[in-house]
Write a protein that binds this ligand. Structure first.
Ligand code: NAD
Length: 349
């Protein structure tokens, strides 16, 4: 298949691009190269004849029409987005423009292209979204997000993603655009931009800096290794039922404090300090405004209907991730100079 992947120079998109190429697909990576992008993430496939790159902004409808006409994809995997909750608190307008208007442009460009091809049933528009659209769960482990959970977004980021999900459903129902949708839990792994929790903790620990825990660290997330997410996305694209959404989770619920403590014990093991533990650097800081208490995915639909389950436990995935950051200092050092990285964002409520 020829895939048009948006946001393929970001964290998850680049994992999708690398796996899709390895799986024999052709890939057109369309990305505006914002502060969050890094073309080194796809350096391993950049010279592959099955790979092409288009620098374009999803807010630019004409550029999208041109990309569809030039490359004639069989399917779209739409990942391009503003993705950092803390930045969405400080600058929500960027999230409205890219995540909502950008998705609208993608849908309209895809619809025009699909019509020009005679509306083939085989075309797919796969919209990649987050479990954050469902809001915040109570602690009861029997309550998880299913595909039927009502939307209840609580941050500018999750509200903009929720709006984009609604647009995609509307284009499926109203225009018959062949869509599939996924809502995934928190990812971690190699090439994670150094403003997100896992890389912040690893890199601060290596620099001997405080390890910031928002609030009391009791917020629970369902952690998924990024390579498992990319695999799940390719399964949904190829086997998912039209018009249907699939929740993707890691089956790995941890509090933020537990996650950071696990990272510290992995670092104590792989890169021991002369004395003490990295956990001694843990520091509690002001909570994020509106910080959701718990996210957890009920994985029944994707596991029973499509036979997909995550392959990596959080302990194993975090160990691989720590080792990757130790092995790739040139990658993260270059990104630490980018705007806003290393400073606390999202505290003005
Ligand atoms: N990171 C997570 O834990 C997580 C979990 C579930 C879902 N998601 C979703 O997965 C997708 C990818 O997330 P990520 O963590 O890889 O994000 P990221 O911030 O690492 O990458 C986003 C990519 O999109 C590109 N982009 C941003 N605005 C653009 C625009 N206007 N036009 C074209 N390209 C643009 C950026 O240049 C970047 O390469 C997002 O849609 C996000 O909502 C992320």
């Amino acid at each position: 298949m020829k895939l048009l992947v948006t946001g393929g120079a970001g964290f998850i998109g680049s994992a999708v691009v690398r796996q899709a190429i390895a799986g024999g697909h052709e890939v057109v990576n369309l990305d505006a190269l914002t502060y969050a992008a890094c073309l080194d993430n796809v350096a391993s496939v950049a010279d592959d004849p099955k790979y092409a790159f288009v620098k374009a902004d999803i807010r630019d409808r004409a550029a999208l029409d041109e990309a569809f006409a030039d490359h004639k994809p069989d399917a779209v995997m739409h990942l391009a987005a503003e993705s950092h909750v803390d930045r969405s608190i400080d600058a929500p307008g960027d999230f409205i423009e890219t995540n909502i208007t950008g998705t609208y442009n993608m849908l309209e460009a895809a619809r025009g292209y699909w019509a020009s091809m005679g509306n083939p049933d085989s075309f797919r528009f796969h919209h990649i979204s987050t479990d954050e659209v469902f809001g915040s769960l109570p602690a009861d482990p029997d309550i998880q997000f299913t595909e039927m959970t009502a939307y209840d977004p609580r941050s500018p980021y999750s509200a903009s993603k929720a709006a984009s999900d609604h647009l995609v459903r509307a284009w499926s129902e109203t225009y018959g655009l062949p869509v599939v949708m996924t809502n995934c839990s928190n990812n971690y792994g190699p090439y994670h931009f150094p403003e997100k929790l896992v890389p912040v903790i690893i890199l601060n620990a290596l620099a001997g800096k405080p390890l910031p825990i928002y609030g009391d660290g009791s917020n629970i997330r369902d952690w998924l290794y990024v390579e498992d997410h990319a695999e799940a996305l390719l399964v949904v694209l190829q086997k998912g039922e039209l018009g249907r959404s699939y929740n993707i989770g890691g089956e790995n619920e941890r509090t933020n404090l537990e996650l950071v403590q696990t990272l510290c014990s992995i670092l104590d093991d792989i890169r021991p300090l002369a004395e003490g533990s990295y956990a001694d650097l843990i520091t509690y800081v002001a909570d994020r405004p509106g910080h959701d208490a718990r996210y957890a995915i009920d994985p029944k639909r994707i596991s029973t209907e499509l036979g997909w389950r995550p392959s990596v436990t959080v302990e194993e995935g975090l160990r691989r991730t720590v080792q990757w950051y130790l092995d790739n200092p040139d990658w993260w050092r270059a990104l630490q100079n980018r705007d806003g990285v290393g400073t606390r964002l999202g505290v003005k409520a």
